[in-house]
Design a protein around this ligand. Structure first.
Ligand code: COA
Length: 179
């Protein structure tokens, strides 16, 4: 994957009813390590990274690239949303489209935060890159992620086997802004 390319980045912080989406800052480093070292978060993502390695290698400000949003609740990071451009290593139907990814800390699951934050990130994308189709890949066994994808309006393009599991590729057609 590559970053989104020609978008104005970072945008002003995006406020939703309960959350703020913003670019990563140095104060998020511990939460990034927690997110990437969590085996619960990585159940369907090929396993976590080692905390020691993350402590050593994580830059002072992690995840700083166009399309990488920290999701903040009451002043602290609870998750990350990733909008990236799918490249040739991906499924043919996904290549060149924007890929949506999301990772939230387990303590923030089950409150609708991921749905609220992803909807805001997709609205931002519609404004930044009008007409952009968005794809999303997830394991079918990842029930929470499949429900979230459906809630966000993604519909199935195909299912395929990879990395020893069934994967789902969904797509969300471009939305025409109402104003
Ligand atoms: C995928 C993931 C982000 C989903 O998180 P989540 O908290 O289940 O998702 P949501 O934010 O949509 O919240 C879901 C539940 O909160 C509940 N909820 C509680 N209060 C709510 C509110 N005010 N508004 C909406 N939903 C609310 C809903 O009942 C909803 O359940 P439902 O989908 O069964 O109806 C999370 O499981 C995760 O980070 N997993 C690890 C990373 C991963 O696998 N990512 C996918 C790879 S791209």
């Amino acid at each position: 994957m590559t970053d989104l390319g020609p978008v104005a980045w970072p945008p002003a912080p995006i406020k939703t009813e309960r959350l703020v989406l913003r670019e990563p800052e140095a104060r998020d480093r511990a939460a990034f390590i927690e997110l990437l070292a969590s085996s619960e978060v990585h159940t369907y993502l090929g396993g976590p990274r080692s905390r020691d390695e993350l402590e050593r290698e994580m830059p002072e400000v992690p995840g700083q690239w166009p399309g990488s949003f920290v999701v903040e609740l009451d002043g602290s990071m609870i998750g990350q949303i990733l909008l990236r451009r799918a490249t040739e290593q991906h499924r043919p139907a996904a290549v060149g489209k924007t890929d949506l990814g999301y990772l939230f800390l387990p303590r923030a699951w089950g409150f609708g935060y991921a749905a609220e934050a992803c909807a805001a990130a997709l609205d931002w994308l519609t404004g930044a890159l009008p007409g952009e189709p968005v794809v999303l890949a997830t394991q079918t066994a990842n029930v929470a992620s499949m429900r979230l994808a459906a809630k966000l309006g993604f519909t199935e393009v195909e299912r395929f086997e990879a990395w020893g599991a069934e994967q789902w590729l969904g797509m969300r057609s471009p939305v025409t802004p109402s104003d």
